[in-house]
Design a protein around this ligand. Structure first.
Ligand SMILES: Cc1cc2nc3c(=O)[nH]c(=O)nc-3n(C[C@H](O)[C@H](O)[C@H](O)COP(=O)(O)O)c2cc1C
Length: 208
């Protein structure tokens, strides 16, 4: 536990008792169980090669108790950006729960085995997409794109698919986590955790 006492009158965004939890405990409460098969959407922000931020939506493949995993194509812009600067932020929104989690951290690639397991866990549509979705196909007309999709799915039938050669997984190791909670009868509020040089976490409550 992080030893910061919640003061009376605070909006308690975590629904916890009198002390603030470790950030990974809290993340585990907010995020799906590792093998639940639930994959929330995240806005993944990287540092563009031109210095501007680059943002797009990806699925959270897995939270392993510390790191957040996502998967993509090695030929994508985000892969090139992460090779140049292995740092990223992800923003996950639960509008129905009035919650937002922003995690910023250092990015590494995951093992081949882990990437394979994540591929197997994806829906058939997403497995096929990972094989077909390249820039060459994107430039074809809609009829030709459909025909290529049909040809691929027909030729593979119900066969188990291997991940394509460019399939790659990344994991963000957090240096900062911001848990935002909104309310209709109280101000929104954040719990901001920042990793100190000694590896311990500083935690502050901030306005939402
Ligand atoms: C709902 C949704 C989920 C997506 N999930 C992923 C994903 O898990 N991995 C991925 O590479 N792209 C995913 N995409 C596509 C990306 O948003 C993006 O367009 C693509 O990866 C190319 O990004 P880049 O050129 O910035 O690398 C998703 C898009 C949407 C709308």
């Amino acid at each position: 536990m992080v030893g910061d006492v919640v003061t009376e009158g605070d909006v308690d965004p975590v629904g916890a008792g009198s002390t603030l939890p470790d950030p990974f405990e809290l993340a585990a409460r907010w995020l799906p169980e590792p093998d639940s098969g639930t994959t929330p959407l995240m806005t993944l922000s990287t540092i563009g090669l031109d210095g501007y931020p680059a943002a797009r939506t990806v699925l959270l493949s897995r939270f392993d108790g510390r790191r957040l995993h996502f998967h993509t194509d090695r030929a994508s812009s985000k892969a090139a950006e992460l090779a140049a600067t292995p740092r990223a932020a992800v923003t996950i929104l639960w509008p129905e729960r009035s919650r937002q989690l922003v995690v910023t951290g250092d990015v590494t690639t995951v093992t081949g085995l882990e990437a394979r397991l994540a591929y197997t866990a994806r829906t058939r549509y997403l497995q096929v997409l990972a094989w077909l979705n390249d820039h060459e196909l994107a430039e074809l007309g809609p009829g030709e794109r459909r025909a290529r999709w049909a040809a691929f799915t027909q030729s593979h039938g119900d066969d188990e698919l291997e991940p394509p050669p460019g399939w790659v997984g990344y994991a963000i190791d957090p240096v900062r986590l911001a848990f935002w909670s909104g309310a209709t009868d109280a101000p929104s509020n954040r719990l901001l955790y920042e990793r100190a040089g000694d590896g311990r976490w500083n935690v502050r409550r901030r306005a939402g």
